[in-house]
Design a protein around this ligand. Structure first.
Ligand code: ATP
Ligand code: MG
Length: 554
């Protein structure tokens, strides 16, 4: 039995699992396996081999750069170089499709330029390399590769030390001295994941519970940091805190307590895995007493490694409501499971986002240009979506502005400017499906003229309206929409010839086909009889008319 106290309070219960809890836990692991959460041992062995090779490549990289900088052979060898991992691989919750998030740590004489030149050259020389995309000017500069069938994200950090030995650990916060912001950000992922793992009493219990919560959150469409939901690290910390409170429980019990505790949590009390630390840098540490911005966080989940940050600052009033509703649903299903009336698979039932609202907004970002240009533009629009959500949720008559956690992309070769306009105009609706049906997709075309190439991304926000209070017959969302257009158009690279942004009002039955996955039926239209009944109902209340479609092209 574990006796160490993990976390900022003593545990709630140190009870060992009952036979029934063990049984439920076995069923949970079985369900996770059946749903493909775990990958095969052979595939995992391959990851380990690839990482062993990458450790060698990192050393070779530092060695080559050191020689170029006139170091002696011996000094160059001693300079070292080490790789670390973070993300789902490091946390031990990766599945067959996961990438390996890898950090390359080097001594101070090796620069980020060297990483994008010398290391890139080294990679190019490897027969296992299938694809490579260096992104040196990203917020966290990155090299994305496909290597021997595995996706790997490589980031880089340069420390203010002369050697990086193989036994270097990143937990010493003095290593953060005299390094630039990009290096600090790059180190953060590994420092946070490493620390989470030291703060949970039983890592395997934590990992299985986290696999369950990740699968649940993905299926329920509440897993997406950019759109205002918790991301992977936040879900991991939320699970870790429950593990601290029930140090001897099995994963099935952790999951049950997870829903109960967070449904009742006194938000915005923060979820902490340990007391927030001070440190040697002039950087901000999360502190609601000092900073108004930190006080605005609705469901703060704080990273343990110095400098502590809030991993859930993106959560809005709407997404908080949705998350809390899902916790409530989790409690109900767990009760059902305990009574033998429900199964784990019920917990993982897919969301019904594209069935549940009468009105949706479809935000369309379009680029008349290459896919590289569109990637940057659509990424920017995606990252601003939650600002539109925040502006919508304060409009009178809007009860909920619910962002969907995935963007949908398409790309076409139109045969004329008129056709391109028609695509832009109808895209994001069921009518658009018919318009684009016979237009050539860019990926299928090899020798086309590029003049009418168009790349499109659509995002959805479900609207729950209550117009009875406002006394208005129509919802006016002109203001939030035009604010959102302004935000997008003030992007430094915005070019009105290339980029367009639109917001369309789409009714439930006019949603495009591709939002429904294979095997999912489109929502059924209510029968004539029912419709006339609901018409009568509408007479009593102010007629709820959909938001004014605000369509703007750049
Ligand atoms: P998967 O199994 O799908 O790979 P993951 O948890 O590893 O899941 P990744 O998308 O690979 O997720 O991201 C790995 C880590 O990189 C995250 O845990 C986070 O620390 C960091 N990260 C990724 N995207 C962002 C982002 N947009 N902002 C900040 N950090 C990010
Ligand atoms: Mg990953």
């Amino acid at each position: 039995m574990s006796t160490t106290v993990y976390g900022v309070t003593p545990p709630i219960s140190v009870a060992n699992p009952s036979p029934k809890e063990n049984e439920l836990n076995d069923l949970l692991i079985k369900e996770l396996k059946q749903k493909g959460s775990f990958e095969s041992e052979a595939a995992t062995r391959k990851r380990v081999e690839v990482l062993t090779l990458f450790q060698k490549l990192a050393e070779e990289f530092v060695y080559r750069v050191s020689l170029k900088k006139n170091m002696s052979e011996g000094m160059a060898r001693d300079s070292g170089g080490k790789i670390f991992t973070f993300g789902s691989y490091r946390l031990g919750v990766y599945g067959p499709g996961s990438d390996i998030d890898t950090l390359v740590v080097v001594p101070k004489h090796v620069t980020r330029n060297d990483f994008f030149e010398v290391f890139v050259e080294l990679l190019k020389g490897r027969p296992e390399l299938e694809e490579m995309a260096p992104v040196p000017d990203a917020f966290v500069p990155i090299i994305k590769i496909e290597f021997n069938g595995i996706s790997i994200d490589l980031i880089f950090a340069r420390l203010d030390i002369t050697k990086v030995p193989k036994d270097l650990s990143l937990d010493d916060k003095n290593l953060l001295r005299n390094i630039d912001e990009k290096d600090l950000r790059a180190l953060n992922g590994t420092r946070v994941t490493d620390e989470i793992l030291t703060l949970v009493p039983k890592p395997t219990v934590f990992k299985h519970a986290l696999r369950c919560i990740k699968m649940w959150a993905q299926q329920r469409a509440i897993y997406a940091n950019v759109y205002g939901f918790p991301g992977g690290v936040a879900w991991a910390m939320l699970v870790a805190r429950i593990c601290q409170l029930y140090p001897n429980a099995v994963s099935a019990v952790i999951v049950e307590k997870f829903f109960q505790i967070y449904a009742q949590w006194s938000w915005p009390q923060p979820v902490l895995l340990k007391q927030i630390e001070d440190g040697p840098l002039q950087v901000r540490v999360w502190n609601p007493r000092l900073y108004a911005l930190d006080r605005s966080h609705r469901m703060p989940v704080i990273t343990p490694a110095y400098p502590s940050m809030c991993a859930t600052h993106n959560i809005t009033a709407s997404t908080q409501k949705i998350i809390l509703e899902e916790f409530g649903r989790g409690i109900d299903i767990m009760n059902g499971i305990n009574l033998g009336q429900k199964k784990w698979s019920d917990l993982f039932e897919r969301h019904d986002f594209f069935y549940k609202y009468k009105f949706y907004l479809c935000i369309v970002a379009a680029t008349n240009g290459s896919s590289e240009e569109h990637l940057k533009y659509s990424g920017m629009v995606e990252s601003k979506l939650r600002l539109l959500v925040q502006k919508l949720e304060v409009v009178e008559g809007v009860e909920l502005a619910h962002p969907y956690i995935k963007a949908f992309d398409d790309q076409y070769f139109c045969d004329s400017e008129a056709q391109r306009q028609e695509v832009l105009e109808s895209y994001g609706t069921h009518r658009g499906d018919a318009v684009t049906k016979d237009i050539l997709k860019v990926k299928d075309a090899s020798a086309q003229t590029e003049s009418f190439e168009v790349h499109l991304t659509k995002l959805f926000i479900g609207l729950k309206l209550d117009l009875s209070k406002s006394g208005e017959r129509k919802l006016d969302i002109q203001y939030p929409c035009s604010e959102f257009f302004n935000i997008c158009k003030s992007w430094a690279d915005f070019d009105s010839k290339l980029h367009q942004i639109q917001i369309k009002n789409v009714k439930l039955h006019d949603l495009p086909d591709d939002v429904y996955i294979e095997g999912e039926a489109r929502p059924v239209k209510t029968s004539k009889r029912k419709r006339s009944e609901s018409k009568n109902e509408n007479k009593k209340r102010p007629k709820s008319v959909g938001p004014v479609a605000a369509v703007v092209s750049g």
